[in-house]
Design a protein around this ligand. Structure first.
Ligand SMILES: [Zn+2]
Length: 218
């Protein structure tokens, strides 16, 4: 039982839902970047850095933040990145919600994204990586595909940029998918340093939907 519990709370294990976490078979020496929990004002700085390095990423957005920062949300799409669903409220209680409420959380996020950005998001990243049978039931209903990650530097809870960069780069392989948060104050300098290291190591970047050959929108 304990094992089931541990497995079910981590999206990487593909236990209840097939999630796309990495693709080592991708033909190019490339890694993918993803940013959770925006859009916020500081997302714009991230977008400028990505532009300078000609990198395209995925942004898993919280519905209430899309509502708060509609212009930032539109800008993400305009600059050629993809957006995905990260629920409407990003509640910590997500693991305890009935599937009916999880469906509302996902559909409300999609609805605001469509109203503001004109996109019908097909990709979902669960808040806190929590996938359980109720989430699975909800996803069967909404039809979203789950995108996980395989490199998680804990940038939302670690203060030291050096530590975060080390966690990302110490064992980086082609086809890896990196999780960062665009609402953290250090993300911009971390991203800039990371992109320099990727260039030095001759890694390119690939947008996550292209890494897995899947569709970001319906
Ligand atoms: Zn999140």
């Amino acid at each position: 039982m304990l094992i089931i519990l541990v497995l079910s709370t981590n999206v990487q294990f593909n236990f209840f839902v097939k999630a796309f976490n990495k693709n080592p078979d991708y033909p190019d020496k490339a890694v993918a970047l993803s940013f959770d929990d925006g859009p916020v004002e500081s997302t714009l700085e991230i977008l400028d850095i990505l532009d300078r390095y000609n990198a395209k990423a995925a942004f898993f957005c919280i519905g209430k933040n899309i509502k708060k920062h509609p212009e930032v949300f539109k800008e993400i799409i305009k600059r050629g990145h993809i957006v995905g669903n990260h629920t409407f409220s990003h509640t910590r209680k997500i693991g305890f919600l009935p599937s009916r409420i999880i469906i509302d959380e996902i559909e409300n996020c999609n609805q605001i994204a469509e109203e503001i950005g004109g996109v019908r998001m097909n990709l979902f990243r669960p808040p806190f990586g929590i996938i359980n049978p109720k989430t699975k039931r909800a996803l069967n209903k909404t039809g979203h595909q789950v995108i996980g990650w395989n490199i998680r530097p804990y940038d939302a809870i670690t203060k030291s940029p050096e530590k975060i960069i080390h966690r990302i780069t110490k064992d980086l392989n082609k086809g890896d998918l990196i999780l960062l948060h665009d609402n953290m104050p250090n993300t911009a300098p971390i991203l800039e340093q990371l992109l320099v290291i990727l260039q030095q190591r001759k890694f390119s970047t690939v947008r996550p939907d292209k890494l897995f050959n899947i569709h970001a929108y319906n």
